[in-house]
Design a protein. Structure first.
Length: 251
């Protein structure tokens, strides 16, 4: 039986764009409901990167209504990462090497399996998620991977139902003020401390450091070569020594 909280459309430009348009028209976000597409013709990831098509993959978006007391909406990307990780381990418990990379990626080894895109409009946030279940985009110079390529056959609808359940639990906890606990959940699923990461900063150029944890507000901490620890609040973080990021973000 189809999950009543998940609406599936055959083709759409972008699930994130569709939900943002509804918000612009005054429609209140229905938390826990998902818009999922068989195909996207104008999907995108972080920094406006294109990410389209992907039949058999998961491409979906959901809305979060922000309340006055919720001062850290940026942490929703990390909460979503926890939810996606949990859902993947439910549908593929034998999957090894799955890890979260700040701020919005899911990796298997050095290859990107999925990504998350947050877009805010007034007092609501649209959370877009993409996971390579059936196939991974080929991106020059970047490693990507799919569950199918790893030998796991997972239906889109089975994963969607698992994700809807884990997200509902984690979002309820986040609204209830449990971000500190969810932060620990994220840290338990991320790369080992000391993993070399690089980030391009506007004024300083490329900064490299070892992963050193998270700030309470969700910023990533990098330990630089001189021993100082730097908090990074925004930017595309890449694994040093890896071939870089794919464009498998949702929305």
């Amino acid at each position: 039986m189809p999950d009543p909280l998940i609406k599936v459309v055959a083709e759409i430009a972008s699930t994130n764009t569709a939900l943002l348009a509804r918000l612009a028209e005054g429609e209140a976000p229905a938390e826990g409901h998902w818009l999922v597409a068989d195909r996207q013709t104008a999907g995108r990831g972080r920094a406006g990167r294109a990410w389209s098509d992907g039949f058999g993959n998961f491409m979906g978006s959901t809305a979060v209504a922000l309340r006055d007391s919720e001062t850290l909406p940026q942490t929703l990307a990390l909460v979503a990462g926890v939810s996606v990780h949990r859902a993947l381990m439910q549908v593929v418990p034998a999957l090894s090497g799955l890890a979260l990379k700040w701020p919005n990626d899911l990796l298997v080894g050095e290859a990107k399996l999925g990504g998350i895109l947050l877009e805010r409009q007034r007092d609501a946030v649209i959370v877009g998620i993409g996971v390579n279940l059936a196939g991974a985009p080929e991106v020059a110079g970047r490693k990507t991977v799919s569950l199918a390529a790893l030998g796991y056959s997972v239906s889109r609808d089975a994963f969607a139902s698992a994700l809807a359940a884990t997200w509902a639990e984690d979002l309820t906890a986040w609204h209830a003020g449990s971000w500190p606990i969810l932060r620990e959940d994220w840290l338990a699923r991320t790369l080992p401390k000391g993993t070399l990461l690089g980030v391009n900063l506007t004024e300083e150029g490329h900064v490299i450091g070892g992963f050193a944890g998270l700030e309470p507000d969700g910023a990533v901490l990098l330990r630089l070569a001189d021993g100082t620890v730097r908090a990074i609040h925004a930017g595309d973080v890449e694994l040093i020594g890896a071939s870089g990021e794919s464009d498998a973000s949702g929305g």
